[in-house]
Ligand binder design. Structure first.
Ligand SMILES: CC(C)(COP(=O)(O)OP(=O)(O)OC[C@H]1O[C@@H](n2cnc3c(N)ncnc32)[C@H](O)[C@@H]1OP(=O)(O)O)[C@@H](O)C(=O)NCCC(=O)NCCS
Length: 285
């Protein structure tokens, strides 16, 4: 992934600025060790170009632009990559959310523990939060839950499905937060991370899984999250999150949104390493 990131950054810079690959250099803005990576021109000055990269579980993404004073952030999460169930089964989903209390505000933690997005039962029935009712307080796996649908029909299902929906929602919060702190470049040095709050959060509906040698498909794009900092809504930030395949989500943040020449972010383009990157690198003088 480090190699994928290195190649993708060079492709973006060489295509945007017309620099030969061998002349492309990177530095960091602000903190020389932990600052946001930037591109340096051959004379050592910062190039008029903005980008941010994220990589996770074999996927590498870059967002970039050449709009003056624009800041961009990107983050990829992979929902089923880690063994989160171990902690959830031991301490409950609420206990698991509490592990991250240095990162999320009390409101966000509550929202993640006890609210849910719509999710599907194994027979295909989609449950809305209203259908789930007060079952939404459930934080344990392996419990049988019962709901009564609007039609009067009853459905019994394992709480594992509810916890999976909550986990996906947790990663949506995480992805938004990480994309925003990466936009600012402060990353882990950001002392205000708990005061950065996301409201109106909804996990994007997943795409389809990869089969045989093909990639899976892109899922839903969601762009109506609210970003709050120190209890004030930030109006000059545009954020979007999109699902990829079954488990990936990619969040993008851009600031100031007033300078964006479009309402919707352009779509991600999937690149082929050999054809779209290596071949270009080999012909770059
Ligand atoms: C380095 C960090 C910026 C991102 O790390 P990460 O989420 O593990 O990794 P990602 O794949 O999303 O991002 C890695 C890329 O971020 C970029 N990056 C590094 N430092 C950065 C900074 N200060 N600001 C913005 N981007 C940065 C780099 O391009 C890096 O890729 P590269 O080394 O291949 O060029 C840092 O914030 C971090 O370690 N965060 C994770 C831990 C955490 O507590 N997050 C809480 C927020 S929910």
């Amino acid at each position: 992934m480090a190699l994928g990131s290195a190649l993708l950054k060079r492709l973006f810079v060489s295509k945007s600025l017309g620099l030969p690959w061998l002349d492309i250099r990177f530095g960091r803005k602000g903190d020389p060790k932990h600052g946001k990576p930037c591109c340096l021109l051959p004379d050592g000055s910062t190039a008029p170009i903005e980008f941010n990269v994220s990589h996770q579980a074999g996927l590498v993404a870059l967002v970039g632009c050449q709009i003056a004073d624009m800041e961009l952030g990107a983050d990829i999460v992979c929902v089923n990559e880690r063994n989160d169930y171990r902690v959830i089964d031991q301490d409950g989903f609420d206990g698991w959310v509490d592990v991250y209390q240095e990162i999320f505000s009390a409101e966000e933690s509550w929202d993640m523990k006890y609210n849910t997005d719509p999710f599907k039962l194994l027979d295909g029935t989609e449950l809305s939060p209203a259908d789930v009712g007060r079952n939404d307080r459930c934080c344990t796996r392996d419990k049988e839950l019962t709901v009564v649908l609007k039609s009067g029909e009853e459905r019994r299902f394992s709480s594992d499905l509810l916890i999976d929906a909550k986990l996906r929602r947790f990663y949506t919060f995480w992805c938004y937060k990480e994309a925003f702190i990466k936009l600012t470049g402060e990353a882990l040095l950001a002392k205000w991370i708990k005061n950065l709050e996301f409201r109106n959060v909804r996990a994007p509906v997943a795409g389809t899984i990869a089969r045989c040698s093909t990639l899976g498909s892109w899922g839903e794009r969601v762009d109506d999250v609210e970003v709050w900092l120190h209890r004030k809504k930030l109006e000059d930030v545009k954020m979007e999150i999109q699902a990829f395949e079954e488990n990936f989500m990619i969040a993008i943040a851009a600031k100031p949104s007033s300078k964006l020449p479009f309402n919707d972010f352009p779509k991600f383009a999937s690149l082929n390493l050999e054809q779209d990157i290596i071949a270009v690198a080999e012909t770059s003088s």
